[in-house]
Every structure is written in C-alpha cells, then in structure tokens.
Design a protein around this ligand. Structure first.
Ligand SMILES: [Zn+2]
Length: 111
C-alpha cells in the first residue's frame, strides 16, 4: 500500500494491487487447457498493478515522489504495454503448441 495520485480524476490516497484478467477465464483455462492455465495464472500473478479505486486508471503517480501535477507516465506505460504484448504472444504460441500436439496424437491414433 502506497500513497498514489490519479492524473485523470485527481484521486489521492492509498491504493491496493489488482490482478489483470479474470478469475473465471483462469479457471476455464485450468480445466480445458491445463498448460495455458499455468501461463495465464503466472501472468495474473506477476502482472498485479495498482489501479485508481475511483476511476480504475492503472497509470498512477507516486504522490511522495511527484507531489506536483507536472509529471508524465508514458515511459512506464509503454514498458507495461510491451510486456503485455509479449505475454499475449506466449499464450497464443502455447495454444498453437497444444493444437499441434493434439493433431499429432490424433494422426498417431488414425495412422
Ligand atoms: Zn482516478
């Protein structure tokens, strides 16, 4: 818990960390596609970030470090976006792998 400030709605106070994605999808992935479920859980665990409790804005400013409303959060924001894209690519690749394995298994059964 840290004192943060929201540049959009002006909220100033303590915020808690929220996990990205949804628990429902995580559960479905664990049941249907087990390896993808693990990756999705890892993404949720390591992707925890602080959101504004008033408007949900994830780009909060450290109120202790930047007391004046003059700082920009673009560099941090871009880095977070790049990480998210990388994880998305990993999830798509793992889904593709599962399909390839399933196809190979079916071909073994048929042939
Ligand atoms: Zn806000």
């Amino acid at each position: 818990m840290a004192i943060k400030r929201c540049p959009i709605c002006g909220f100033h106070g303590k915020v808690s960390k929220n996990a990205p994605g949804s628990f429902g999808l995580e559960l479905v992935l664990w049941i249907v596609i087990f390896p993808v479920g693990i990756i999705y859980s890892m993404w949720r665990l390591f992707g925890k970030h602080e959101c504004c409790p008033a408007c949900g804005n994830p780009n909060l400013i450290d109120a202790n470090r930047y007391p004046a409303p003059r700082c920009r959060v673009e560099p941090h924001n871009q880095r977070g976006f790049a990480t998210l894209e990388w994880i998305k690519a990993l999830i798509v690749a793992s889904i593709a792998c599962v399909f390839v394995y399933a196809f190979a298994y079916i071909m073994l059964l048929v042939g």
